[in-house]
Design a protein around this ligand. Structure first.
Ligand SMILES: CSC[C@H]1O[C@H](OP(=O)(O)O)[C@H](O)[C@@H]1O
Length: 381
């Protein structure tokens, strides 16, 4: 069936518009974001001059994805410090902008701690601001390096689990360069397989309601030249039943200490389908996404988003009458259930691929060992 589909999508010349960059124009430092709510129709950059603009960008998913949220949060602290705003207030607002992706608060607190330490050491706000910016830049670099190592470990795992190449991978939501300082997490593995000539097709879940798959993953897949095919989330089951899926690759927003994985809503049903059809369900995430302070899946705060994201769609050039500024696709006043994430229990996860290596089977002990290795390395241990 996969061969019925010609190479999907056009292959635009890749334009290297980074998801995030720090600029220092004469008017003062700014954080520049590729506005992901405008993709794929428009490549528009959003300039943030203060933390409140960045908080809004995070809440609206103009900037999104766990690792990138951590990087953005750290730059947000630096932006507040450099522009002379109240740093602690800015840090708290940024850390609380979205609750599920642990990386956001982690990145914010890392830059805030650097700022506080430099201020205590020097008493000089300028040096403290520089320290916060240095911490953000370091996190940005580390995430890019982590992405490359996850891609290596992930491709090696695919080759081990699926000898013979020609991998048909199904993915959910978006986990490429739009969520990362590098080429992403799960998508970076698919990209590595493509470059190695071992990706037969990437099946892309559209990922309702905000369509990160159809809008963002398809955008990144088209630019890469890989063979990809978009599907509605509801069609995934029939692909498994047809034997068209060799593995599932997804990202994560928070991994609890017991190995429970919080990820985009719709990930859990894919894990159940994968188990039923004896297909590996692989999570790809940096160790910064593992939260030892969240003991299990039930402890994860799952972000509940506005109902209008389900009851309305935003279609350009069509008059909008809905509460959320979209075109209603349900009777006005319809209540909607709209969790942004769901939680997959560790027993349904074949492996967690991190930059420190692969955790499989997924147990609290194995996870702690991998993450402990990373933390000792970070502490120079
Ligand atoms: C590897 S981070 C990508 C992760 O973030 C997405 O959520 P959102 O688009 O709401 O930020 C989704 O859960 C992805 O797996």
């Amino acid at each position: 069936m996969a061969d019925q589909y010609a190479q999907s999508g056009e292959h635009k010349r890749p334009t290297e518009i980074p998801a995030i960059r720090w600029e220092e124009p004469p008017e003062g430092p700014v954080l520049v974001l590729l506005d992901q709510t405008r993709l794929p129709a428009e490549e528009v950059e959003l300039v943030c001059t203060d933390a409140s603009a960045l908080v809004e960008a995070i809440r609206s998913l103009a900037v999104r994805g766990a690792p990138l949220l951590g990087i953005a949060g750290a730059y947000g602290v630096a932006l507040a410090a450099v522009r002379g705003f109240e740093v602690e207030e800015a840090a708290n607002a940024l850390a609380g902008a979205r609750p599920t992706a642990v990386n956001l608060a982690l990145g914010v607190r890392r830059a805030q701690a650097a700022h506080q330490a430099a201020l205590a050491r020097t008493g000089d706000p300028r040096q403290a601001a520089d320290a916060a910016l240095a911490a953000a830049r370091a996190l940005h670099r580390e995430d890019a390096a982590a992405s490359a190592r996850m891609a290596e470990h992930g491709l090696a795992l695919l080759d081990e689990l699926l000898p013979g190449g020609g991998h048909r991978i199904l993915t959910h939501c978006n986990t490429g360069s739009l969520v990362s300082g590098g080429e992403g997490t799960a998508f970076a593995v698919a990209l590595a397989a493509h470059r190695a000539g071992r990706l037969r097709r990437l099946w892309v879940d559209e990922t309702r309601p905000l369509l990160q798959g159809s809008r963002l993953t398809a955008y990144e897949a088209a630019r890469s030249g890989m063979a990809y095919t978009l599907l509605t989330d509801n069609a995934a089951g029939s692909l498994f039943a047809a034997g068209e899926v060799d593995a599932v690759l997804v990202g994560a927003d928070r991994i609890a200490a017991d190995g429970s994985v919080a990820n985009k809503v719709g990930s859990y049903p894919l894990a159940v389908l994968a188990r039923y059809h004896h297909v590996p369900f692989i999570v790809v995430a940096p160790v910064t996404t593992v939260d030892p302070d969240t003991p299990d899946g039930a402890s994860v705060e799952v972000e509940q988003r506005p109902g209008y994201e389900v009851t309305e769609v935003t279609v350009p050039q069509v008059p909008v009458t809905g509460a959320g500024g979209g075109v209603p696709v349900a009777p006005l006043g319809t209540q909607a259930y709209n969790p942004a994430f769901d939680v997959t229990p560790p027993e349904l996860v074949t492996a967690i691929v991190t930059e420190e290596g692969v955790v499989s089977p997924v147990t609290a002990e194995a996870l702690a060992q991998v993450c402990g290795r990373a933390r000792r390395a970070a502490d120079g241990g």
